[in-house]
Design a protein around this ligand. Sequence first.
Ligand SMILES: [Zn+2]
Length: 114
Amino acid sequence: MPDDRDARLAELHRLRRGDILYPGNSGCAGARGSGGGAPSPCQGEVTAAAMKHYHGPKRPHHTRIFLCDLHARLEAAEPLTDADRAELTRRRAKAAYWAEVSARQRAAHGMTSW
Ligand SMILES: [Zn+2]
C-alpha cells in the first residue's frame, strides 16, 4: 500500500506553504502570498482540476479542486471535464449570490465597506 504517512506529510507541507488553501473556491484553489500578509485566493484562470483527499481530524473526504496553470503543477491535475465546468459554474453562482446578500446587508446597515 502507498505510504499514507508520507502523503500526509506532503499535505502538511503544502498547507504550510499556503498553496492549496481554498478547495471550495469558485476559482483556483491555490493561495497567493501577498508580500508577507495573509494569503488570499489565487486569481489565476482555472485550467485544470484534481481530486483532493483529506484525512484530517474530521471525517475523511474528497473534494474536487480547480487549479490554474501554476498551481496545477502541485497536484495530480487533469484537464477540465464537462462535469468540472458545470461544478465551476455552480460554485460561481453560489459565490455571486453570497456576495450579493453580503452587499445588501452592508447597505442595510449603512456600511459602504468593511
Ligand atoms: Zn492558482
